[in-house]
Write a protein that binds this ligand. Structure first.
Ligand SMILES: Nc1ncnc2c1ncn2[C@@H]1O[C@H](COP(=O)(O)OP(=O)(O)OP(=O)(O)O)[C@@H](O)[C@H]1O
Ligand SMILES: [Mg+2]
Length: 464
């Protein structure tokens, strides 16, 4: 389960090995708040709670037995968890506090300070977090940081559909091949939601063992089953006020499908082993690379659940249906990957781009392109990524798919035909497969001439 953004009410976690002290802090903070407060006695328990509960702020003792405060900070950094941490210490050592700040702590307080000061420090930290998120949301909205790359007609259509669906609370089903960008589309739906400051939570239905999935989604009461030693909120509760992505929904076991259907119909959840109901305020988005209609026919997916989910469907087109996006995507991936590798970005030569554009990308779509860009950046010594830096399987793969199509472009004529095919395809994509408009853009006499060229090259509009 991944989580970003706060829950509806600030939840503070106090980590101290002296239980009485932690409880006193929790008591005072609830009183001074408005805060919710929970406690943990050591670093390991703290890390578990931070991932399991919608913790908004952590008060962390630096001196802990075993996993100490510094270890907790390092682990949060390693897992990219941004929950703000305020460290507190009884030793009054400035050096240790400075070290904690370097490890990512947002502030520090002395155990001797009055509780009002502590509450104020938490409020300031939460407010700063809120502002950081708001600025990020505004920057994205201003289009400076739009996560979905691609100017093909297919991507324009997809973006328009996302913008139409984002404000309404009904479930959305995102379908598309592996690595085509389904999760990114779900995040875009969240980003454009009426309140993007709510949490975005993704649960991968395929990654969890069957016996855990229901408690992950719906939560459990203390003692609901062996091992349920504490109460646990499920994903529906943790995503309150935000977006819940049910990834790989096609893999959901039958019993969980039945429960999910009830939750969607009644808009409320009951934790396992309990009878209290909690209203669901999360926007539910499901994603799959399976053909759910076929799954229904095969008896593996409930038809009534599919009807609940597929009133609004977003189809993410595979990369081979929008090859004109490849240059822009590849360039973007070069820049982001170089930044991640801390190397300077390199140019992509036209020859390298041509190789990338003649490949089918059928295995893993944009994810495969991302991996190829990584390999090219590592292989390339010079300023420009050339055709020689393109992995051989991609170059040969492109050639192989042309051979499979009965058209290996070896001679001049064949290569010219291949280029023509690419130009026409890209123009059609730009014009949303409108033949007359494309013919005009290409300066052809009329739509009949374009039809003739399309027939010659076997170009057909992909199915919607
Ligand atoms: N249009 C796009 N613009 C920029 N990056 C993209 C785009 N589409 C996909 N990506 C990147 O490609 C990778 C795969 O995308 P994502 O995880 O969203 O795919 P997915 O459809 O959810 O895959 P899977 O079926 O394997 O879960 C991610 O790194 C994502 O950032
Ligand atoms: Mg995914």
């Amino acid at each position: 389960m991944t989580r970003d953004g706060p829950g509806p009410s600030p939840l503070v976690l106090i980590v101290d090995d002296v239980a009485a002290l932690a409880e006193q802090y929790a008591y005072d903070l609830r009183r001074l708040g408005p805060f919710d407060a929970i406690t943990a006695a050591d670093g390991a328990a703290a890390l578990e709670l931070i991932t399991a509960e919608p913790v908004d702020c952590v008060i962390l003792d630096l001196e802990l037995p075993g996993t100490d405060g510094f270890d907790v900070l390092r682990e949060l950094e390693r897992r990219h968890i941004r929950t703000p941490v305020i460290v507190y210490t009884g030793t009054g050592s400035y050096d240790r506090c400075a070290q904690a700040i370097r490890l990512g702590a947002r502030g520090f307080i002395d155990k001797a300070e009055p509780m009002e000061r502590v509450a104020q420090e938490i409020r300031t930290t939460l407010e700063r977090e809120r502002l950081v998120r708001e600025v990020a949301a505004l920057a994205r909205e201003a289009g400076r940081d739009s996560p979905l790359i691609g100017s093909s007609a297919a991507m324009h259509t997809l973006r328009a559909a996302i913008a139409r669906l984002a404000p309404i609370p009904a479930p959305v089903l995102i379908v598309g091949e592996s690595g085509s960008g389904k999760e990114l589309v779900a995040r875009e739906l969240h980003r454009l939601a009426p309140d993007p400051r709510g949490p975005f939570l993704a649960v991968n239905c395929a990654a969890l063992p069957h016996e855990l999935i229901e408690s992950e989604l719906f939560g459990h009461e203390r003692g609901a089953f062996t091992g349920a030693v504490t109460l646990r909120k499920g994903a529906f509760e943790a995503a309150a006020g935000g977006t819940l992505l049910l990834d790989e929904i096609g893999e959901l076991p039958a019993a969980a499908q039945a429960k999910l259907l009830r939750v969607l119909e009644q808009r409320e959840v009951t934790r396992l082993g309990g009878n209290r109901t909690v209203a669901v305020s999360a926007r539910v988005v499901a994603a799959t690379n399976r053909d759910l209609d076929a799954e229904v026919v095969a008896g593996r997916f409930r038809e009534d659940l599919l009807y609940r989910l597929n009133a609004h469907v977003l189809r993410v087109p595979p990369l081979r249906e929008r090859l004109s996006d490849v240059p822009e995507l590849a360039q973007h991936l070069v820049v982001t990957t170089s930044a991640r590798f801390r190397t300077r970005p390199r140019r992509l030569s036209p020859a390298a781009l041509e190789c990338l554009m003649s490949y089918e990308w059928s295995h893993n779509n944009v994810r495969e392109l991302r991996n190829v860009v990584e390999r090219m950046l590592i292989a390339c010594d010079g300023e420009e990524i050339g055709a020689a830096d393109v992995p051989a399987d991609i170059r040969d793969g492109g050639a192989a798919s042309r051979v499979a199509a009965g058209n290996p472009p070896r001679t001049f004529h064949e290569r010219r035909a291949e280029a023509e095919r690419q130009i026409v395809r890209a123009a059609l994509e730009r014009n949303d497969w409108h033949v007359t408009r494309t013919a005009a853009e290409l300066g052809l006499a009329d739509h009949a001439s374009l039809h003739k060229i399309m027939r010659r090259h076997g170009i057909r509009r992909p199915e919607q």
